[in-house]
Ligand binder design. Sequence first.
Ligand SMILES: [Zn+2]
Length: 476
Amino acid sequence: MLTITKHHRGAAATAALTATLLATVLGAAHPAEASASHAKSIPTGATSSKVDPHVRATIDHRMGKKAISFLGTDLAKHAKRSHISSAQLKKLLTDDHSVRVDEAGNLEASDGAGGTGAIVTTGKADTLVWPINQTQLLHSRPGATKKIYLDFNGHTTTGTQWNTDVGRTSFTTPVWSRDGDLSTFNTAEAAAIQAAYSSVAEDFAPFDVDVTTQDPGVEGLRKSSASDTSYGIRVVVGKNTWLNVLNSGFAKFYSFSWNNDTPAYCFADANTPTKQIAECISHETGHTVGLFHDGQAGVTDYYKGHANWAPIMGDSYSRAMTQWSRGQYPGANNTQDDLSVIGSYLGWVPDDYAGTTATTATLPAGTTRSGKISYGSGEYDAFKFSLGSTRTVNIQSWEGFQQVDTNLNSRVQVTNSAGTVIATSSPSGNTRTNMNVTLAAGTYYVFVDGVGENTASTGYTNYDSMGYYNLLLQFV
Ligand SMILES: [Zn+2]
């Protein structure tokens, strides 16, 4: 059991008080939440016939042509910020009514309640990767000043546009729970949080941002001035008790850098699969830095993918391999370069292992190297090893940690000192690699990079084949 902490509230007694308050809120929960209905396709903005009158939907927000005319000259500004043309933004707003304009003129995503396919997991049960007491202390990049805070421990929203939207000065999303006990995360809940965190960290691995489960505090989330470099987004994960729509998520565009603590929301209850939670967090965070939906012209606002692949800004709940996209799949309606947009907002991480033989790291037998591929096809990590006599070596690469899914499809190549490729492992249908190779005495290099699978129509390109890997050489 892990006692849930609310760091930004200071007093230890607050957690218990919060739990009591949240239980009260839960008691008033309206019946419209999407429990056990993830597999149903529900039109965006659909309302339940049984609605708690105290809970109000965000209503009357402008869609389509109304949104375009309301934005007026701001439309060009938003388009520029999202790295698309004004014409493209007009088309997206015309076609995609899940993106609309709120009363204050902000673009907002109101995401439907999930796809029609079965929610795919890796087949791995959620297991604790870190000690349970670290669950609310995880950091993917502790030194980064920009934060994506995964807030599973309940949040009361005040003073934001959301409050204006729903006509309530304060509303509370309860602690996310599967067992109904809001005072602790049990082992299964902690494992799910760790798995969701890992998956989101993988999605944002190329960027200079800290994905964290530890509350950075309001000052660590709001951008108080142009010179403030410590800011980010709070993604609240919990049961929907305050909005009478069957949605999976909500986000305001560009709110990542707003000057108040305006969260994005992923609605999740006891039955929401970890995969859905993980995908939703990255999707909503994508909106907060300016990403629009990846749909298919005339077919859907949310492309559900093909084979084992789907775009994060589409509907990625039912595919194992989910990545950022620039609309390379068939019928794509949005060629927005997701990586470029996120990178311009967050910055890119510096390279960890050099990609050239001149400055490469070593790969001693039996020592696992953990690295990160961060610049797509241009980014290689290189390692050097030497053999004193002819040996057979086994070289393997696998995902960085227990992600719900990996973004990196790793390829490993062995070259001799002249740079000639001697052996390659990049098995079809497998993001890991594994090979045995027999080599004479000499110096060799191991190159790791990220590759695609088949074509953009039947698989995916190497566009976002980036993320964490482990690499190990052993003598056979
Ligand atoms: Zn969305």
